[in-house]
Design a protein around this ligand. Structure first.
Ligand SMILES: NC(=O)c1ccc[n+]([C@@H]2O[C@H](COP(=O)([O-])OP(=O)(O)OC[C@H]3O[C@@H](n4cnc5c(N)ncnc54)[C@H](OP(=O)(O)O)[C@@H]3O)[C@@H](O)[C@H]2O)c1
Length: 297
């Protein structure tokens, strides 16, 4: 029986994925901040032994706060005790934040990088010795369109996902000789709470960037309403991704992620910049230099 560690399994894409792998017969280590409520949700979604039996050996909840080193060390120890070296780790847990680079506070930068980058790095470091010894395993990182290209209004998030991808690429060279591989799953738009008000917005919507936010928010809302896919579709793509066996593989899930990925590969950078600005209805170049022109952008 293969084992998989999925972080952020309390809800959203992580919850759907944990349920999917459980139904496929895997031993699932569901890592999450709030184990009690998260596991109750997961047990009810999977139908694992009815919600009263908390000892299904194929569905194990592990407490993990990626912003807390002690929690990471304890989680890693528990994972090793429960399954030894896992066959797959999925770095799914993640946070987003909205707001321009100028208006997003440093505390938000630190929180996002702690959760989206430093936490996954630390958990991986703790599990790698056992995985190397086993000589087989895969590390999957969940990236985003913001990891392909810096997107406006989410620079913190884009920067953290870009960094996550570069870390994963570097590491893939180092661990391939030990029989381990890496997959980067570039994820499009899926209906989860990350797309709601749960994600903090640090932008001042009456300040200097108001027109920039207006374009992003209008086009973003329309896009999400029309195109966000159900998390179960993501889980299916993840199930294919864990079967990769190249030292490194980059995949996309969702038509928007595929579209941006190929556009960014095929077109010159300045053209991609223009296409994104137009699609997001951003004010044209120089439009906000003169405060009196704001009504005409
Ligand atoms: N949905 C999309 O459209 C989309 C698009 C591109 C990429 N992604 C990526 O997909 C992944 C999953 O996102 P989602 O859409 O499922 O979002 P979500 O519904 O907001 O779920 C985020 C998960 O991350 C966990 N988390 C947050 N901070 C944590 C921390 N410090 N330690 C441990 N866990 C933490 C949350 O746990 P709590 O329940 O404890 O808060 C939750 O389980 C993220 O990496 C996200 O960047 C999503």
């Amino acid at each position: 029986m293969r084992s998989i560690v999925i972080t952020g399994a309390s809800r959203g894409l992580g919850l759907a994925s944990a349920a999917h792998f459980y139904h496929k017969g895997w031993k699932v280590i569901a890592a999450m901040r709030s184990v009690e409520s998260g596991m109750e949700r997961l047990r009810s979604v999977t139908g694992s032994n009815g919600s009263s039996d908390k000892h299904d050996p194929r569905l194990i909840g592990v407490k993990l706060d990626l912003a807390d080193s002690e929690s990471i060390a304890n989680a890693a120890q528990l994972i090793l005790q429960q399954v030894g070296a896992p066959d797959v780790i999925v770095h799914n847990a993640g946070l987003a934040a909205a707001g321009s680079a100028e208006e997003t506070p440093m505390a938000a930068w630190q929180q996002l990088f702690a959760t989206n980058l430093f936490g996954p790095v630390e958990l991986t470091k703790a599990l790698l010795p056992a995985m190397r010894e086993k000589g087989q395993g895969r590390i999957v990182v969940i990236s985003s369109q913001g990891g392909i290209r810096g997107m406006p209004g989410i620079s913190t998030y884009s920067a953290s996902k870009g960094a996550l991808e570069r870390w994963a690429e570097s590491m893939s060279h180092e661990i391939a000789p030990f029989g381990l591989g890496v997959t980067i799953l570039v994820t499009g738009t899926f209906k989860t709470e990350i797309l709601t008000e749960q994600t903090p917005d640090y932008g001042d919507h009456h300040g200097p960037y108001a027109k920039v936010y207006e374009g992003i928010h209008t086009t973003g809302r329309e896009f999400v309403d029309k195109n966000a896919s159900p998390p179960e579709k993501f889980a299916q793509a993840l199930a294919a991704a864990v079967e990769d066996d190249a030292p490194i593989r980059r995949r996309t899930v969702g038509p928007d992620a595929a579209g941006l990925y190929f556009m960014a590969r095929l077109l010159p950078g300045n053209l991609v910049h223009k296409i994104i600005a137009k699609a997001m209805k951003l004010p044209r170049r120089n439009a906000l230099k003169d405060p009196s022109s704001i009504g005409r952008v």
